[in-house]
Design a protein around this ligand. Structure first.
Ligand code: DGJ
Length: 752
């Protein structure tokens, strides 16, 4: 691994022998981008910039004669507006003299081993010397603004992190209007653009389209990453697929408003810019102050999208997730929400827990409704220390102790960022909710958002949540966030700082998450935001798993989990079996099919297991036992996507786990709707040893017609059969004839 400045060629090169990032200074200190991709053994920087005259492209004064030099044509490292480049800028500011025209030039640089944490922001970390950092300081020519561009390259994975620090070195305030975390100019427009879209209960659908000329943006103005879009963006040549081809991917360690943009220029290159959304953003930078952008992650893979995901998965587990649970197997949990909603009491939860523990559950979670007078979602958020003694006469501790007495762990739901208009907290402090004087606030789910830009509000929340969490021996917390931001204003800040509030809110969220999770290092925190509104790299720095979606329907979940797995390893995804008909879409699917889907992550149940028949309970006990047997491979193994629900027949999904040491392979294949005369399907596996043989130790199959399932298993059961690694990878497995809907196959192989 190395970071080198070549004095002669004026190049900066970051390389770990597999990936490489090259920049070059040219003329009077402009910083150009040369290469991001595969590590190159030889690189002729002299020939790297393609310079030619373009009519209409401005040339800086000093080079008016050299008409081949224009910022509008050359690839830039941190582009700005006003000195010749008309494409999307990374930085926009209004300087003290009123100008919005900027001109950034190289001032100095530093190279050091390791990596610094980002101030007030979540960021990746290193344990030892497995990373090297380059910081390049750029100066605005008029002298009032300094920008540090920070890059870290890692030895143990193919990820580069970037962020910028913008400092007012002048004597007057400067208004920052946009500060991206990264910009990259790619030397081609022959790419597909891959992004994620969704909605509540249908998050992270993959969208892949060829790039168009002009600007395309995925963004959020909702004060959270959002159900609707994700701050993930990838470019790839048209022929890249899951298994081969190049991918250039990026995402932000950030959970607030963002924009992820591409711009294809008429000259055939593509700019990618990611960062905090410049829309409705203005940050007043006083003399001496610094604004730090969120960290961006860049991944390059030449092994297709699976290669990209494996880099992200490793990075999440080793450089973002921290704390005692990082490498700990995650417990099988049973959550009360869909079982009881807010209609419960201590005894009913204990009975619910008894039924679950009998079947093998390890963690019982009491969801919403345990505080204030909350029987419906229209009150009491904020009144955390007012335990509802009608439902829980012995408080949280009484219930927690009884659950522990059953031999299970105990977890609790909270939603610290919110306040109900009908709450003692809001009645006492109406100005503690975000709002604009003279405006009526918008409600969503009968609630307002607390003004976490304020220290006093943050302190109150930290103290009251800590009081509850400290009142019993709580093992797990589900941290929810059920609405988007509106009426983004704070009475605690002056008029000229109102456009800082959305960003300050997010920094406030990180502050309370940090303080609360650090106060309870042994609690396993799972983040949730109306399902998966905030499944991002920022929150994962505080909470090692996330509730993937409120939608637990097996068919929808295939897409949701498939899309989420682009960046996030299965261990981070909360995946539960719920009752049928499904509460979100009304579909009835077989228990085993639901299990095969939910067992592909951090597994649990979202239902009252005591309401199942004796036979169903036995089935559940078997599923839980099997999950525990396979948990190591599923939670800590390598994950491969095999068949996409977004492509091909769009009716099938398949994925696979390989144990870290290669000894066990778990394959899941789903075929949702039965079609007449269906296609032959030979499912090929990946990542096996060509020279080894693999024995099927478990073969489970389910479909909506029990007779069909029995018939299938009596004819095609592969348990005990042995296959070659090469056979499984290059010939595949025949997925046989199925005559009904919602078929799911589970195959477990052991290497011989
Ligand atoms: C939304 C979450 O996603 C659900 O799982 C549940 O916790 C409810 N909130 C509780 O209000």
């Amino acid at each position: 691994m190395s970071v080198v400045f070549n004095e002669q060629e004026k190049t900066f090169t970051l390389s770990n022998g597999r990936i490489q990032y090259v920049m070059q200074l040219f003329l009077e200190g402009y910083l150009g981008h040369l290469h991001f991709g595969k590590a190159l053994k030889h690189f002729n920087a002299k020939r790297a910039f393609y310079q030619t005259e373009r009519e209409g492209a401005p040339n800086p004064d000093l080079h008016a004669d050299a008409r081949t030099f224009s910022l509008d044509v050359l690839p830039q490292e941190y582009p700005i507006y006003g000195s010749g480049d008309y494409r999307i800028p990374a930085l926009e500011a209004t300087l003290a003299n009123g100008t919005t025209t900027l001109d950034l030039r190289y001032k100095s640089h530093a190279i050091f081993t390791g990596k610094k944490a980002l101030e007030s922001l979540p960021s990746s970390y290193v344990k030892g010397n497995e990373a090297t950092t380059l910081e390049i300081t750029m100066q605005e020519v008029a002298g009032d603004l300094e920008v540090v561009l920070a890059y870290t390259i890692f030895d143990d994975c193919d990820v580069i992190t970037r962020h910028s620090r913008i400092t007012n070195v002048g004597k007057e305030p400067i208004a920052l209007r946009k500060a991206a975390s990264l910009a990259i100019d790619f030397p081609s427009d022959e790419y597909d653009r891959v992004s994620l879209w969704g909605k509540h209960a249908f998050e992270r659908n993959i969208e892949r389209t060829p790039l168009n000329h002009g600007i395309e943006i995925a963004s959020s103005t909702r004060g959270a990453t959002s159900h609707q879009h994700h701050n993930f963006l990838a470019l790839c040549p048209h022929n890249t697929d899951e298994f081969q081809g190049e991918v250039y991917a990026s995402t932000l360690v950030w959970s607030g408003n963002f924009e992820a943009a591409t711009e294809v220029s008429p000259y055939g290159n593509t700019r990618m810019v990611l960062g905090i959304n410049g829309f409705d953003f203005k940050w007043m930078l006083k003399p001496g102050e610094t604004f730090t952008t969120p960290e961006a992650l860049l991944v390059y893979s030449d092994e297709g999208f699976n290669g990209m995901s494996q880099q992200f998965h490793y990075f999440v587990q080793e450089h973002l997730v921290r704390g005692v649970h990082q490498h700990e197997p995650r417990p099988v949990l049973v959550n009360s929400w869909e079982a009881a909603y807010m209609d419960f009491n201590e005894d009913s939860i204990v009975n619910f827990a008894k039924d679950a523990v009998k079947l093998g559950a390890e963690l019982i979670v009491l969801d919403d409704g345990w505080f204030g007078v909350r029987d419906k979602d229209n009150c009491s958020l904020g009144d955390w220390v007012e335990i509802n003694h009608r439902k829980l006469p012995n408080g949280i501790k009484g219930l927690c102790d009884r659950i522990h007495g059953l031999g299970a762990k105990f977890g609790l739901w909270v939603e610290p960022e919110m306040v109900s208009p009908n709450s003692n907290l809001f009645r006492a402090h109406p100005d503690w909710a975000l709002g604009v004087p003279g405006h009526v606030r918008a409600q969503q789910r009968n609630q307002y958002v607390l003004d976490l830009s304020r220290q006093d509000v943050r302190d109150y929340i930290v103290n009251s949540i800590c009081e509850v969490l400290g009142s019993a021996d709580i093992d797990y917390v589900k941290w929810d966030m059920n609405r988007n931001l509106t009426d983004i204003g704070s009475v605690a800040f002056p008029a000229e700082q109102q456009q800082e509030i959305a960003t300050r809110f997010q920094l406030g969220v990180y502050d309370i998450m940090k303080r609360i999770t650090e106060a309870f290092p042994n609690i396993l925190f799972e983040s949730c935001a109306g399902g998966g509104r905030r499944f991002d790299m920022g929150i994962i720095c505080y909470m090692p798993q996330t509730w993937t979606s409120d939608n637990t329907d097996e068919v929808c979940r295939q897409k949701i989990q498939y899309g989420t797995s682009l960046m996030f390893p299965p261990i981070t995804m909360g995946c539960h079996v719920s009752a049928c008909p499904n509460h979100q879409v009304g579909r009835t699917t077989p228990m085993l099919s639901r299990f095969v889907c939910a067992m592909s992550g951090s597994f649990g149940y979202e239902m009252d297991l005591g309401k199942l028949s004796e036979a169903e309970q036995q089935e559940v006990a078997g599923h839980i036992a099997l999950y525990k047997e396979l948990r190591n491979t599923i939670q800590f193994g390598k994950f491969y996507r095999l068949m996409s629900p977004f492509e091909g027949t769009k009716n099938e999904t398949a994925w696979q786990f390989v144990a870290k040491d290669g000894s066990e392979v778990v394959v899941m294949y789903f075929k949702n709707v039965c079609l007449p005369q269906g296609n032959i399907r030979q499912l090929r596996l990946v990542g096996l040893d060509d020279n080894a043989t693999y024995k099927v130790t478990k073969h489970m199959f389910s479909t909506s017609t029990a007779a069909n399932a029995l018939d299938y298993l009596s004819n095609y059961n592969l348990e005990g059969d042995v296959f070659g690694g090469d056979e499984l990878m290059h010939f595949g497995l025949n997925m046989d004839k199925v005559d009904s809907d919602f078929a799911a196959y589970l195959l477990v192989f052991k290497r011989q």
